[in-house]
Ligand binder design. Structure first.
Ligand SMILES: Nc1ncnc2c1ncn2[C@@H]1O[C@H](COP(=O)(O)OP(=O)(O)OP(=O)(O)O)[C@@H](O)[C@H]1O
Ligand SMILES: [Mg+2]
Length: 239
């Protein structure tokens, strides 16, 4: 569903943020992307979503190359970035309608989905207010609702659990599970290892731009009884 081959990003000053990354994310799986601060998670997600270009390597989404076939590739996913960047002057409902227009969600589906998701996240009452009156968490929930609306094949999120209250986090986890039960794919980065451990079919660990593990939790643990946190700390500790 989502393939990365030799993906590398070198920023100015020869800073290698992502170093020859290979990933193959399958249809119907919840895939967790973890790694210490500065490991290259956001850079990788920004390359996958076409916000920045890799220095080297290839990315295909549902068989479409993100560079050569950008529109078809971008129709396959939606993305919730780590910063909720929405124009302040826009009303919540206008933002959701704009996303629905872009992804050509029909009127009946958008009405039903907007109602369902905004009620679940308890922002339905705020939809006629402009986004500049929203709290940080409300903005984030609006972006998550927007990203769910098109019912994308791949739902990609960068640290979605930061800033959400426990109730909203539970809703998001349930919606991620529901998405993949319906055959969709979820890719998200996180530092909340308990969530990753409970939710993901497979996990990739990135450290200093390099992939140091990519497997099911059972395989990463090698039959040991350690938690993902213990394994993570051991694998990413500086010698
Ligand atoms: N635009 C940029 N210009 C230069 N260097 C950058 C840029 N964006 C990221 N980097 C560098 O690339 C590396 C990876 O950053 P990235 O944001 O991908 O890390 P991350 O794994 O998402 O970290 P965090 O857990 O803190 O969000 C870091 O060393 C960072 O300083
Ligand atoms: Mg990041």
């Amino acid at each position: 569903m989502l393939k990365l081959k030799g993906v590398t990003k070198v920023f100015s000053g020869n800073k290698i943020a992502v170093d020859h990354l290979d990933l193959d994310i399958l249809e119907g799986e919840i895939f967790g992307f973890i790694g210490p601060n500065g490991a290259g998670k956001t850079t990788t997600l920004r390359m996958i979503t076409g916000i920045i270009s890799p220095t080297e390597g290839e990315i295909t989404i549902g068989g479409h190359n993100i560079k050569a076939d950008a529109i078809s590739a971008k129709k396959q996913f939606t993305f919730v970035p780590d910063q909720s960047e929405i124009y302040d002057a826009v009303k919540g409902i206008d933002y959701l309608n704009f996303i629905s227009d872009m992804y050509e969600v029909n009127i009946a589906d958008r009405k039903e989905r907007i109602e369902r998701y905004t009620k679940l996240f308890q922002i339905d009452d705020a939809l006629t207010q402009s986004v500049n009156s929203y709290s940080h968490g409300m903005r984030q929930k609006l972006m998550i609702c927007g990203a769910l609306l098109p019912n994308p094949k791949i739902f990609i999120l960068d640290e979605p659990h930061v800033g959400l209250d426990p109730h909203s986090n539970k809703i998001l986890k349930d919606l991620m599970r529901e998405h993949c039960e319906k055959g969709g794919t979820v890719l998200f980065s996180s530092h909340v290892l308990e969530v990753v451990e409970n939710l993901c079919h497979r996990v990739a660990i990135i450290h200093k731009g390099k992939l140091i593990a990519c497997d099911t939790l059972e395989a990463i643990k090698h039959n040991r009884t350690a938690t993902l946190e213990e394994i993570f700390l051991e694998m990413t500790k500086d010698e």
